[in-house]
Design a protein around this ligand. Sequence first.
Ligand SMILES: [Zn+2]
Length: 395
Amino acid sequence: MVPSFRDILNEVRRDIVEIEPQAAAGIFDQALFLDVREADEYAQGAVPGAVHLPRGMLELQVEGRVPDKDRKIVVYCAGGVRSALAAQALGQLGYSDVSSMSGGFNRWKDEGRDWVTPKTLDPDQRNRYQRHLLLPEIGEAGQQRLLESKVLLLGAGGLGSPAALYLAAAGVGTIGIVDMDVVDSSNLQRQILHNLDRIGERKVDSAKKTLTAMNADVNVVTYDVRLGADNVLEIIDSYDVIVDGTDNFPTRYLVNDASLLKKIPVVHGSIFRFEGQATIFYPYEGPCYRCLVPEPPPADLAPSCAEAGVLGVLPGIIGTIQAVETIKLLLKLGEPLIGRLLAYDALEQSFRTFKIRRDPACPACGEDAGEIVIAEYDDLCMPHTKQAPLLVVAS
Ligand SMILES: [Zn+2]
């Protein structure tokens, strides 16, 4: 005789561990709560901090979302049936400590336990970011985090253009842009945020138009100012990551020192002719800019800041790498470029990485570094480098 669903469910229940909501609440701090209901049910209310993974996507995505198979997991649905089936599937996948919450979220809620209305994506956002949602490493929670993230771009030029475009497309919710220049036709060879109609316009305004026309989810905050000792701390405050696309050494020192004070990571990029570099200066976890370039060179030894040429595509590559590293930092994904300098040579078509280390004697982040003073450094261009070669930059 073909078994009925009830027979199958009874068999499943013999095979799994069930837990009462009261007992589940007792292990709230140790267990991961896995919500296997559909998106519309989850949006109505959920156990605080629960990971949402609809039953239909469970086997496909759970290993990406919950990599630790020995993690204590309480799986729940609305009434305890789907979660029983889910618990069995998790057991078959090798998860060793899974319980299904009997009575599900409905009983949890009826018993007066804590619940929240989760922030969820609306249907337009679910469609727009669909390719992110399909990645278990990002998913709805990761996309939500991107939408709540704040990234500050220093410069709306060669590096800032591709970085801003991809960060906006990815749904980074707040993008600040600092630039005091005006769009010139000589920018258009590489600064793809701008176009012919924008010539003569403030770069920050042009950037804002381009980014908001592409993604209305993004709040673009513009700073049409020269970044200086008087305003840097105020401007960078509250941003999660700084993307440095500046083209001069004084600003880099200024940003370095301010980012150390505020403990904000800086995703650095630089370009010169056919070569580019990228790294992350993560305060007190990896080297800072001064670990690599400890002292501004004496003004009389510094060569003049003559404009160096640059292949127009090059900042597209380096700025895009900066965008990738920024998203990785925001979502805590993969291996960030901390303590590594990535060098790209367009003519060779090669990437190389160099290990870079914190300097214990660094005047800014070293063991004996004094209090950080935010100061301006004028009249210098080419620093003396210590470890890896640092490049002159054309924005
Ligand atoms: Zn340092």
